[in-house]
Design a protein around this ligand. Structure first.
Ligand code: SF4
Length: 306
């Protein structure tokens, strides 16, 4: 794809940042795509779910939040979200730059993305660019165009995906690494805790197993969603069958955390799992053992490697 064409392509993002742990090997520049087809109740990036821009409001960060909004949307340290959503110019962010306000949601041109990645190349240290979210495969045209341009320039690319969209099938072979988050096998349970059907996931994973050279499946254990012994066995069964389709299959097991909790309050929404206990490390070891028995190459997150 020519450079002129890249000028015309923009993606919806809610943030960019740096990572050296769960987003791929080496030092990564992570582009967080806005919009997701799942509604996971433990989501650590709730501002990535809705495709539309949203304001995160942290009144404790500033003594001047009321005056930073000239449109009267802030009174007594509370944000009138209906008025804020209709804001014509968002001067709280663009002019006042008041720390109480964080706008999640903007367009990023693929041309700009590639230029920023090239400028950052000296910082990438055996890393690359990761497309996370949100769900990056919902913006398949845009992400694939960016990934192709980056690979042309010898920059390593990865996506982190729920593997549950029709667009996923376009990615195997088109990025250097696919990190597929597998939530749970039981359809009812999946629907209850993510608000979405998982019927596409198994087929998508099978397609990736056949066509993607570097594939890593990842399970984040969440209590009481997917950490019961029966569910661990089902996960190991699904991933073990996938392993038989290829020479090797990498796997990581993570545990739920509550680091995203303050964002729910900042968005003015309830955090559905705020009181849920995090699974103990022993539960993660248990699943790792089952996956190793099923023939997968179980590895720690990149930050934990020596
Ligand atoms: S986005 Fe507009 S309406 Fe909302 S707080 Fe900022 S200035 Fe006020």
């Amino acid at each position: 794809m020519g450079r002129e064409r890249l000028n015309d392509i923009t993606m919806r993002i809610f943030s960019t940042g740096w990572s050296e742990d769960v987003d791929g090997p080496g030092r990564r520049w992570v582009v967080y795509l806005k919009g997701c087809n799942f509604r996971c109740r433990w989501c650590a990036n709730p501002e990535g779910i809705d495709p539309a821009p949203e304001m995160l409001f942290y009144p404790a960060r500033s003594g001047y939040a009321d005056t930073a909004c000239p449109h009267g949307a802030v009174k007594d340290n509370a944000l009138d979200r209906a008025r804020c959503a209709a804001c014509p110019d968002r001067p709280c962010v663009g002019v006042a730059k008041d720390p109480a306000f964080e706008l999640a949601g903007r367009e990023l041109g693929v041309d700009e993305l590639v230029a920023r990645a090239l400028a950052a190349r000296p910082l990438l240290r055996q890393g690359g660019v990761t497309f996370a979210g949100g769900e990056p495969t919902l913006q398949a045209d845009e992400v694939l165009a960016a990934a192709a341009a980056l690979r042309d320039r010898q920059i390593h690319t990865a996506i982190e995906t729920n593997a549950g969209t029709p667009g996923f099938a376009r990615f195997p072979g088109q990025v250097d690494l696919i990190i597929a988050d597998v939530k749970c096998v039981s359809p009812d349970r999946h629907r209850e805790f993510t608000g979405a059907d998982n019927s596409l996931v198994a087929d998508n994973l099978a397609a990736a197993a056949a066509r993607q050279r570097d594939l890593l499946v990842r399970v984040t254990l969440v209590t009481p969603f997917n950490d019961a012994p029966a569910e661990l066995a089902r996960l190991a069964g699904l991933l073990g069958r996938l392993r038989k389709q290829r020479d090797r299959l990498r796997a990581q097991v993570l545990r739920q955390h509550h680091l995203g909790g303050p964002k729910y309050a900042a968005l003015g929404i309830e955090y559905p799992m705020k009181d849920a206990p995090c699974p103990p490390p022993s539960r993660a070891r248990e699943l790792e053992g089952l996956l190793a028995e099923a023939g997968l190459d179980v590895e720690p997150p990149w930050s934990a490697k020596t």
